[in-house]
Design a protein around this ligand. Structure first.
Ligand SMILES: [Zn+2]
Ligand SMILES: [Zn+2]
Length: 267
């Protein structure tokens, strides 16, 4: 039994075979997925993209939120719409939100402002947050600033969150664990050069971790470079389990139980 804690199944790259993608996930034992609901961002009418899939498929849950890439496009009307959508019974988190200093698609000060605004909305909705964080090349700038913002604007709410596609240092992970966050590992943990992520994947307590695909992006070895899909979370499970000296099944079960417990979902 496996859970893909972060995927984008509404993505256009699945339009031609979405049913098959869900069927392959089920066949691989991936019984639970969290569909991320950023859609194409503000002004595109797609904030409900994950909700639509969650309504259609058992075991699929949804988020809503504005990605840092599109922070510069956010308007008060978007915040109102997200607040309404967040009340849906299958919405379990707010995200992905955060900071992306790698692409800098939106100015950094705007990313920070919109991130803080969405933390306030998530707190009102009583939802945990799903964090996207990517620093500039050879830097930890976004992780450092993210943790500071989480301490100032989020930790006090006691709702916790998820650091999705974790790429920080073991120290960043420890600081986030202290703030009540779960650490989620994506396919890039399987890449040979990812020694720091692998070290963290070894150290994080088993009851504080998730695994995810972030599909269609970031396929794990041996699918690296191809379109990723939720079934491939089993490869990340195998890899992380091997690092920790346990079976993939044990890791799959533990991360699935973590998912249901953390998001307060009744099985
Ligand atoms: Zn992301
Ligand atoms: Zn994502």
């Amino acid at each position: 039994m496996y859970t893909d804690s972060h995927c984008h199944p509404e993505n256009k790259r699945f339009d031609s075979d979405r049913l098959d993608v869900f069927a392959r996930a089920k066949a691989a034992g991936v019984t639970t997925m969290l569909a991320i609901g950023n859609g194409d961002g503000p002004g595109t009418g797609t904030f409900d993209c994950a909700i639509k899939l969650a309504e259609e498929y058992d075991g699929v849950y949804a988020t809503v939120g504005i990605h840092p890439h599109e922070a510069a496009l956010a308007t008060p009307a978007d915040f109102d719409e997200l607040t309404k959508l967040a009340k849906h019974r299958k919405v379990v988190g707010w995200g992905e939100i955060g900071l992306d200093y790698f692409y800098d698609h939106s100015p950094r000060d705007v990313q920070q402002k919109v991130f803080v605004q969405q933390m306030e909305l998530a707190a009102s909705a009583k939802l945990p947050i799903i964090i996207h964080c990517r620093p500039s090349d050879n830097s930890t700038n976004a992780w450092d600033e993210l943790l500071e913002l989480l301490r100032d604007a989020w930790a006090g709410h006691g709702l916790g969150g998820v650091l999705h596609c974790f790429t920080g240092t073991p120290e960043h992970a420890r600081a986030a664990l202290d703030l009540g966050f779960m650490i989620s590992f994506a396919g890039n943990v399987t890449y040979p050069k990812a020694t720091s992520i692998q070290q963290t994947a070894k150290e994080v307590p088993l009851d504080r971790m998730f695994i995810e695909t972030d599909s269609p992006y970031l396929a794990p070895v041996p699918h690296r470079g191809k379109r990723n899909e939720p079934a491939y979370v089993t490869e990340t499970a195998k890899f992380v389990a091997n690092l920790r000296g346990i079976s993939a099944e044990e890791l799959g079960l533990a991360t699935t139980e973590n998912f249901y417990r953390f998001f307060g979902i009744e099985k």
